[in-house]
Structures are given as C-alpha cells and as structure tokens.
Design a protein around this ligand. Structure first.
Ligand code: URA
Length: 243
C-alpha cells in the first residue's frame, strides 16, 4: 500500500500548482471515494482510493510514457530560459516529473521518449546495454562503401575512444545522399561528428527508433501520443531484463 497526501497526489498528476490545489481542496472541489475532503494532508492510498476533482476522476499513474516526434527548433531539456523545450509540447495535464530520455540536437527531429520512469531511462541510455538507435540522415556529399567500412570499424571523432562499430545503410547515393545509421551509443552530436570525420556534412537528421520503440510516422513534427500497451510492454521487458 502506498499512501501519499491528497495535495501531493493531485500535484503529481499535474492538475494544478500546489497552491492552486490546496485552495481547491479547501473549497471542497476534491473528493476521495465520493466523499468531499477539505484537508490537503488527507492520506490517499494510490492503489485503492479513487480521487476526483470537481467530479472528474483523476486516476493515479505512477509512470507516464509519451512518444514525441520532436520538431526542429526546440531543445531537449526540461527547462530553458530562452528556448522552447520539448516538455512545452506536451499537454498541460501530465505528471510534473517527466524528462526526455536522451538528447536530440535542436535541429534534429524524430523519436523522443518522455517519461518519469528513471530506471527505464537509465537502461535505454546505459552504454553497457548497447541499445540500438536508428537515424535517417541526409548527407551533403556522396556516401559509399568506403564510408560503410569506416562506420563498421568505428571512427575517431576526437574523443578519447573511437566510436563503437556502427551500421551505415545507403538509401540513395549521389551529390546528396540519404542513409540510415544505427549506433549503440549516444555521444554528443555523434552522427554529425561521424560524418565530419569523413569530411561530410549532415544536413538533416531524424531519429526513427530507439531499442524496441519505433517512431510513429503518423505523428507530425511537434505531435505526441501516449505509448500503446505493446510498446510499454516491450520497454518494460528491457527495463526488467538481466543487467
Ligand atoms: N547525433 C547527432 O549528431 N545529433 C543528434 O541529435 C543525435 C545523434
């Protein structure tokens, strides 16, 4: 049994600010199991009790999982003084403790998982777990088999260690090339730096998968949705798998 204060419960679920919530509880807007509760410190059993605010049920969700198709021009951060963040694209009614899993550059688009499930985030990002991330990229320049070989061998991108072997699949080779890159790490600007090491420039980058999670291509840049049950299940298998 997990019991928490009523005001914390409602704040965790993101219905209002803590102050707003206390006020609303005092005004008699909150109910637990159908009974109006006026005390913010009333203890709620998150597994058994049903809580509502102004008659609208507020179910407790320990973990929330959102898939965002990150658009260009927003930063992968929870807060930023100047720039718009990925969290600002999510609905107002959501848990307050959500964070993006990993970082996409401001000009990178595509799959971003946003959750408060810290253990899952850790598993997805841990270098030891070798979780594959796939990116679609447009490259200014011709990409060929020598580049594929260089990716397979791992590249010196100016870090202490060369990159781990990565896959480079060529969709279209020409003055402008289109490729799919699969990496198992998540270093800063990694894909861009890998191409730079080969004297080529990435002009467009979009993440299309992360472990078992694939970008839902029906989501336009800037759109999000909750993860479906099968998607959550696949991620939980990873989370609860062997170390
Ligand atoms: N590699 C990059 O260079 N940028 C990203 O946003 C992700 C991977």
């Amino acid at each position: 049994m997990k019991k928490i204060r009523l005001d914390k419960y409602l704040a965790d679920m993101g219905v209002d600010s803590r102050t707003g919530i206390r006020q609303r509880i005092r005004q008699g807007q909150a109910a637990v199991n159908g009974e109006t509760v006026y005390k913010a410190d009333f203890r709620v059993d998150v597994e058994r009790d049903s809580v509502s605010l102004q008659g609208v049920p507020v179910p407790y969700e320990e973990f929330q999982y959102f898939m965002l198709n990150k658009p260009q021009g927003v930063v992968t951060a929870t807060r930023d003084r100047r720039e718009k963040t990925v969290l600002e694209l999510l609905p107002a009614l959501r848990r307050r403790d959500l964070s993006p899993v990993g970082r996409l550059d401001k000009d990178t688009e595509g799959l971003l998982l946003i959750t408060n499930d810290g253990k899952l985030a850790h598993r997805l990002l841990s270098p030891k777990k070798h979780v594959k991330k796939e990116y679609f990229a447009v490259i200014d320049g011709h990409v060929g088999s020598a580049d594929q070989q260089a990716f397979r061998e791992g590249l010196d991108i100016g870090d202490e260690m060369p990159t781990l072997p990565a896959e480079l699949f060529i969709l279209e080779a020409g003055g402008i090339s289109e490729v799919i890159v699969t990496i198992e790490e998540g270093r800063f600007h990694q894909i861009k730096r890998m191409f730079e090491a080969l004297d080529k420039r990435v002009t467009y980058l979009k993440r299309i998968s992360m472990g078992p999670l694939k970008l839902d291509e029906t989501l336009k840049p800037g759109q999000y949705r909750r993860l479906a049950e099968e998607e959550q299940r696949a991620l939980l298998e990873l989370k609860n798998g062997k170390e």
